[in-house]
Design a protein around this ligand. Structure first.
Ligand SMILES: *[C@@H]1O[C@H](CO)[C@@H](O)[C@H](O)[C@H]1NC(C)=O
Ligand SMILES: *[C@@H]1O[C@H](CO)[C@@H](O)[C@H](O)[C@H]1NC(C)=O
Ligand SMILES: *[C@@H]1O[C@H](CO)[C@@H](O)[C@H](O)[C@H]1NC(C)=O
Length: 801
């Protein structure tokens, strides 16, 4: 019978095949890159690991000029943020460059003309492999690795990777520039694990700012990143020092990496393995920091030589392990895109020459900074009980060499240029007195080297006539606020210095063509379109704040400073301000895509996935305001009109920090009569309860609901049924009729599981009792799918009304 014979034959063939592959597997099982394979810069070719988690190839660099450059790299391939973990960073190459595993078994990088740029000069390999660990290896006939990317790390190490003695990691220049930067992690021959600043371009070690101090004669040290995700120092086979001390989740759930970042901090990160994405490309989870080494970079990096963490003339503030850099009033950033490069004075340096401003006592003023110190560069000191702050100022005033003075209660130090290692921290009991020429601050305009992004126009607020009513109502509310009460928001701001520029009224009048083109009007004032006089031109949004009780210059400056200190992808950037007499103006970057309100309630509904990404961005921005910036900021007015969108529809929160500025005197009592009308306000606004960050959580919940349904809560309330959007939402949820909420929205209806999750988040946010509402951080985790969402209780306010 033919049939069984045939079967037998195929069985034989399989057997022989299996046998063969088993034989081969011993030698070549890992090979996934054959001799002769080539990658080209500019096309999509890459070599990926069997799991698809890592890829080897050419990564395009984000650059300002026109030439496209590519970096030969290994990166996390499965996660949205394709993070580079290894690169040939000395050789960014143009399009058309090639990387080949030659038939002779060499790895060669060619430029577009075919010239060899870099060769792994081993030869004799039989294949190469991109391994699941993230290691790229050349394999020889004996299955030995003759070259490994793990043995030539750049700035990152991964689980399974070992840094041997004499091994280094070098930071990059900046977030997007992978060229060798100014920090190095080094496991020295003597066993000491040290973080160094280095001199560029030679790369020689300059000064150490952190070390384990583990020195030993018979040193046999390794820095281990084990498969479980821990980083530790091993001597012989003993773990002698844990670098990772914090909980980091299980390796089944997270990816890990450790990297010496461009700010000099060696950070251990994790990232959820699964993108529990809402929608297919929905919410992008991101890397979280598990451990910062050192924990306070600002305080750690104090050497006799060098500028400190933030460059010369700047000062550094530790914000959750991240050194943030600031210039004092009268100085501006050398490079406004890289704030670690220090600050330059906006005036001529004192030189003790005739006619110098520093010789005319009347033209000098001192800017004060509490809790701030430049510990080095002093050249003279006065001590004694008779030395007080005004004496200290006087010493510096009378000395034309003096750039600044530091005063600590009984000692006064005179400082010379350039100031270095500046630091501000609550535990520094010193006042910095910075000498600047009066009125000089605004005369020099920091050169704006912003290149490509021609930012276009904000169009804030104002969609429908319904909204106008709402606005009117809100304005009345605000007036009530001012007529009555005392301070209520207890936010602490501790400094009066600026990372933002001060403009004159005249400048802004010119920039806006006499406040001609109105972009919108909001609770706090009117917004005008403007354009900076600098070349290339840059569009700005100038907000003229409503006139209220004249407030002290100092207080205004303090608030503006707090706003100016915030830097987050999801916050609108404050560029500057103006305060002259009654005129108080704020200058923001301009956003090209208008407000979320106009997008959501406009003609064409934005895609579901886009909406989900917007939700994630707003949640992260609010988390930053509440928990991550150096002083907590309660927004108090979260609503779609205050979310602006950039070219890429990245949401940016605007108007934050203004509540403190303008609602300082407000009345809760005035609100009690208008209960329920103003959709975004948490119930505690209408009671004698204290206002906390949870009011923003409530407003976020209402807005989240609007984003899900693309319905405005204000409009909804004006409808026939007199039913609030949120009551309706809870009904839909509890009666399992969620698809009513996304009628006519095909994309959302195909993603009902996530609609439900988001609605559950909404219900958590709008709980009447603020203490039951989760924190923004928790909410962000819920949205990202990192945290479970428990079944929410019924928000009681609605059942009772
Ligand atoms: C990165 O910075 C270096 C030094 O500042 C500069 O020479 C190089 O052009 C930059 N690279 C890119 C890709 O922008
Ligand atoms: C490192 O941490 C582990 C727990 O994660 C602990 O068992 C061990 O004793 C620590 N080692 C040192 C040297 O601190
Ligand atoms: C510095 O602190 C003192 C006392 O704590 C306070 O009176 C003063 O206003 C502060 N100065 C600034 C500039 O914030």
């Amino acid at each position: 019978m033919a049939f069984p014979v045939l079967q037998f034959n195929s069985f034989l063939i399989k057997l022989v095949f299996l046998l063969f592959s088993a034989l081969f597997a011993a030698g070549q099982s890992e090979c996934n890159v054959k001799l002769g394979s080539t990658l080209s810069a500019g096309d999509t070719s890459l070599w990926s690991s069997p799991s698809g988690e890592f890829a080897f190839g050419f990564m395009p660099l984000q650059r300002s000029d026109n030439e496209d450059l590519f970096l030969l790299s290994i990166w996390f391939y499965k996660i949205p943020e394709q993070t580079i973990v290894w690169s040939k960073n000395e050789y960014p190459v143009p399009e058309g460059s090639k990387f080949q595993l030659t038939n002779e078994g060499k790895l060669i990088l060619y430029d577009p003309q075919g010239k060899e740029i870099w060769t792994v000069n081993n030869g004799g390999s039989t294949c190469a492999a991109m391994l699941n660990s993230g290691n790229f290896v050349l394999i020889n006939g004996d299955s030995k690795y003759i070259w490994e990317s793990f043995r030539e790390p750049t700035d990152t190490i991964l689980p399974g990777q070992i840094l041997g003695m004499d091994g280094n990691l070098n930071s990059r220049q900046s977030e997007a520039n992978y060229t060798k930067g100014k920090f190095q992690l080094s496991l020295q021959k003597d066993g000491n694990l040290v973080l160094y600043t280095i001199f560029l371009p030679t790369g020689d070690e300059s000064s150490a700012y952190w070390a384990t101090g583990t020195v030993s004669k018979n040193a046999d040290f390794q820095l281990i990143f084990d498969e479980a995700g821990y980083v530790y120092l091993k001597q012989g086979n003993k773990n002698i020092r844990n670098i990772t001390k914090n909980d980091m989740g299980s390796p089944q759930e997270f990816y890990y990496m450790a990297r010496i970042d461009y700010d000099g901090v060696f950070r251990h990160y994790n990232h959820p393995r699964k993108n529990y994405a809402v929608g297919t490309e929905g919410c992008k989870s991101s890397w979280s920091i598990i451990q910062n080494t050192p924990e306070d970079m600002c305080g750690a990096i104090v050497g006799d030589l060098g500028s400190g963490a933030c460059g010369y003339n700047s000062y550094c503030v530790n914000s959750n392990g991240k050194p943030q850099c600031f210039c004092t009033d009268g100085y501006s950033f050398v490079d406004s895109f890289d704030k670690n490069k220090g600050c330059k004075p906006n005036f001529q340096l004192p030189s003790c020459q005739q006619n110098g401003w520093e010789l005319n006592m009347d033209s000098i003023e001192f800017k004060e900074l509490n809790n701030t110190d430049w510990p080095l560069t002093d050249y003279e000191r006065q001590t004694g009980s008779q030395v007080d702050e005004s004496r200290c100022k006087e010493f510096c005033l009378q000395d034309c060499f003096c750039a600044a003075a530091i005063y600590n209660g009984n000692t006064c130090w005179k400082k010379k240029f350039p100031l270095s290692n500046g630091r501000q921290s609550k535990d520094l009991n010193r006042i910095a007195l910075i000498k600047v020429p009066k009125g000089h601050m605004t005369n020099t305009c920091p050169k704006n080297k912003d290149q490509s992004t021609l930012v276009i126009i904000v169009s804030v607020l104002l969609g429908s006539s319904v909204f106008l009513n709402f606005l009117l109502l809100f304005t009345i509310l605000i007036s009530f606020f001012f007529i009555y009460h005392k301070k209520m928001l207890n936010l602490q701001f501790d400094s009066t210095t600026f990372g933002v520029r001060r403009y004159t009224y005249k400048e802004l009048k010119e920039a806006t063509g006499g406040f001609k083109q109105q972009l919108g009007r909001g609770a706090f004032g009117t917004v005008y379109k403007g354009v900076t006089p600098s070349i290339p031109k840059r569009y700005i949004a100038v907000k003229m704040l409503n006139k209220v009780e004249p407030e002290g210059e100092k207080e205004f400056a303090t608030e503006v400073n707090a706003i100016g200190r915030t830097h987050h992808k999801n916050l609108v950037n404050l560029l500057g301000y103006c305060h002259e007499g009654e005129n108080r103006l704020l200058v923001y970057e301009c956003m090209s895509n208008g407000s979320l309100a106009s997008l959501l309630f406009g003609i064409s509904r934005p895609h579901w996935n886009k909406r989900v990404q917007i939700i994630c961005g707003i949640a992260r921005g609010l988390t930053y305001l509440h928990e991550e910036c150096s002083t907590q900021i309660i927004h108090c007015d979260v609503k779609p009109q205050n979310i602006l969108l950039d070219d890429f529809l990245t949401p940016k929160i605007s108007d934050f920090g203004l509540a403190k500025l303008l609602l300082a005197e407000q009345s809760q009592a005035a609100l009690t009569n208008i209960r329920g009308t103003v959709g975004y306000f948490a119930p505690e606004w209408f009671r004698k309860a204290s206002i906390t960050v949870k009011v923003d959580v409530y407003s976020f919940g209402v807005m989240l609901l609007e984003i899900i349904c693309c319905k405005s809560s204000v409009e909804f309330a004006m409808g026939e049924e007199e039913e609030a959007l949120i009551d309706w939402a809870y009904d839909c949820y509890s009666k399992k009729k969620l698809n009513k909420m996304v009628e006519n929205d095909e994309e959302a209806r195909n993603d009902m599981k996530n609609v439900e999750r988001l609605v559950m988040v909404v219900i958590w946010c709008i709980q009447e009792d603020p203490s039951i509402r989760p924190s923004m951080k928790r909410i962000t985790q819920m949205i990202e799918g990192v945290a479970e969402i428990p079944v929410p209780p019924r928000p009681s306010v609605f059942s009772s009304s």
